[in-house]
Design a protein around this ligand. Structure first.
Ligand code: FE2
Length: 329
């Protein structure tokens, strides 16, 4: 396929990943391979996306003891579980997470994971103190693999990529995934707002992300179309987790299907059309969808006369909603 700077197809990591790094199990086997998709931007390190394969834990793993136990001082993590299953250990609980779930982790939460199968683990991160040295060291290794084990080179990245502090395994109780606050799923959103051709699910609220962003998912029916304002001021990072969506960005038309991340730069005129039933997540999370819909439905319920185009425009401006119009083809 022709090179497309807006599209990252996670089904073809060999052409999509822009560098990668490994982690290891205590026995020395490779535990994970993380591929770089998009880099952090701005003071809260938004729009950072990594695509990781987490490998099944080795047979000697004691799943009754928390694995990979750690916490973060400031960083938040959101993981899409896109294959397999794992135990999530968090806040004194253990719960099983499976393909389709989303795991939301906040700073100060002791957490760990143990993988029952290989898991496609797509993450977005924010508020992490980042270490650009890791990218620079990785570049040296990519060009000169013979230096990969050079202690002098590895010594230049003493803390690795992120704010990650190991801790002792903690005690836990088993709970169902629905009882575990960190395991999200669009089948049980915080709220769902239904319109012809589209349903907006609020999956992670802004207050669960230190105010930095939220996670909403648009479930679109075939033929649903949306057009953005002409020069949208906010960059968007969209994840087509399932389905098939035709994008037009800056006049360039292409189809993104399941497991595709689409990067929409700010000011870029764009529109979409769902070709199949599709789930599209707003990874950038800069539109205040949750409060926008709370206000919208409140006015529609209590004072419908006020729900004029002017009122809707005022709400869109207040909550940074960049959609100009929606329709069904
Ligand atoms: Fe973590």
């Amino acid at each position: 396929m022709e090179n497309n700077e807006f599209l990252y197809d996670l089904k073809t990591p060999e052409t999509t990943w822009n560098g990668s790094g490994n982690s290891y199990f205590p026995n020395g086997e490779i535990a994970s391979v993380a591929g770089r998709i998009t880099d952090p931007e701005g003071p809260r390190c938004l729009y950072w996306c990594l695509d990781t394969i987490m490998y099944k834990n080795p047979p000697e793993t004691d799943f009754n003891k928390t694995q990979m136990t750690h916490y973060h001082l400031r960083g938040y993590e959101t993981f899409f579980v896109d294959s397999g299953s794992l135990y999530l250990y968090i806040n004194g609980q253990r719960a099983l997470a499976k393909k389709g779930d989303i795991i939301q982790l906040q700073p100060g939460q002791a957490h760990g994971m143990a993988f029952l199968e290989d898991v496609k683990w797509r993450g977005t991160y924010h508020d992490f103190e980042t270490y650009p040295e890791a990218v620079d060291v990785g570049r040296v290794k990519a060009y000169m693999p013979e230096l990969a084990d050079d202690p002098a080179l590895n010594g230049l990245m003493p803390r690795g990529f992120m704010d990650h502090i190991d801790m002792e395994p903690f005690l836990f109780q088993d709970v169902a995934p629905e009882q575990c606050q960190a395991i999200k799923n669009i089948a049980r959103p915080h709220a769902s707002y239904d319109f012809p051709g589209v349903s907006m699910k609020i999956v992670v609220e802004r207050w669960e992300n230190g105010g930095a962003k939220e996670l909403a998912c648009a479930v679109m029916e075939p033929g649903f179309t949306a057009r953005w304002v002409k020069y949208p001021p906010l960059r968007e990072l969209l994840y087509v987790r399932s389905g098939k969506v035709k994008f037009n960005i800056l006049g360039k038309e292409f189809v993104a299907d399941d497991e595709c991340v689409v990067n929409v730069p700010r000011f870029a005129p764009h529109s979409i059309e769902a070709l199949e039933r599709s789930e599209v997540y707003d990874l950038g999370g800069q539109s205040w969808w949750s409060l926008f819909f709370q206000n919208y439905t409140s006015i529609r319920t209590y004072d419908p006369k006020r729900l004029t185009p002017e009122t809707i425009q005022r709400l869109k401006d207040q909550f940074h909603i960049q959609i100009e119009s929606i329709a069904i083809k």
